[in-house]
Design a protein around this ligand. Structure first.
Ligand code: CA
Length: 238
């Protein structure tokens, strides 16, 4: 889970990638984890976007039009403003010496295509923690929802939300496991406790209240109902 800075600011990740399907996939997964995403599809654009968007981390493809990822990395390291900007180099090349080259150029980390999304997210979080862009605990975030567990406060898009205690616990549990579908019984166990006898339909009532509390006018419903399966904190893909 993304644990944002105490202020609840969402770290911005610049994804530099010229393969559109991969760019789309990365954007979807990073946004789902609560990150803000900026894009660039070639090396020149990457340098411009870094200056404009001031990202907290750059996910940098090696093979790019205009300017290679290696050259972009070199230039970023030469500039005082971006000397310490966290950079993860992404490449289709797997030779050991390529990883050495990437790291020599100044990349903080290196990942080869094809990569597992979970592994990439773990590297991103580790690097953001090291650079201080991510708090280590106490805050959960999903899309534009932020939960400060220490202060017991929830906000969406900066707007404070008012939840009942059951809705709070329900949301907290879902935010700890984004994208996973839970049956009514699993939610009862996790949120109400195994020993308390509650009708599974009670879950539906609290999900309804939770939706009402968190989904403002025109805002996307972040709770997905999975017919005959249960509920998930999720966004519709695409
Ligand atoms: Ca490429």
């Amino acid at each position: 889970m993304p644990d944002m800075t105490p202020g609840g600011a969402r770290p911005t990740i610049l994804v530099v990638e010229d393969e559109v399907p991969l760019l789309t996939l990365l954007r979807y997964n990073l946004e789902k984890q609560g990150f803000r995403v900026e894009e660039a599809s070639d090396g020149q654009e990457a340098l411009l976007r870094v200056a404009e968007a001031r990202p907290d981390l750059v996910l940098l493809d090696w093979m790019l039009p205009q300017l290679s990822g290696l050259e972009v990395c070199r230039q970023l390291r030469r500039r005082p403003a971006t000397r310490d900007l966290p950079i993860i180099m992404v490449t289709a090349r797997t030779e050991q010496q390529d990883s050495v080259r990437a790291l020599d150029t100044g990349a903080d980390d290196y990942i080869s295509k094809p990569f597992a999304m979970d592994g990439l997210l773990a590297r991103i979080r580790a690097l953001l923690r090291r650079s201080g862009s991510l708090a280590t605990r106490g805050t959960l975030a999903f899309h534009d929802l932020v939960m400060d567990q220490d202060a017991h406060r929830v906000s969406r898009n900066g707007r404070a939300l008012h939840l009942g205690p059951t809705e709070y616990r329900l949301l907290e549990f879902l935010m700890q496991h984004p994208g996973r579908v839970f049956s009514r019984e699993q939610l009862l166990d996790a949120v109400w406790g195994r020993d308390i006898h509650v009708e599974p339909r009670t879950v539906d009532v609290h999900i309804r209240r939770l939706r009402k509390a968190i989904n403002g006018e025109g805002e996307e419903d972040v709770i997905r109902t999975v017919r005959s399966a249960g509920y998930a904190l999720d966004l519709e893909e695409g």
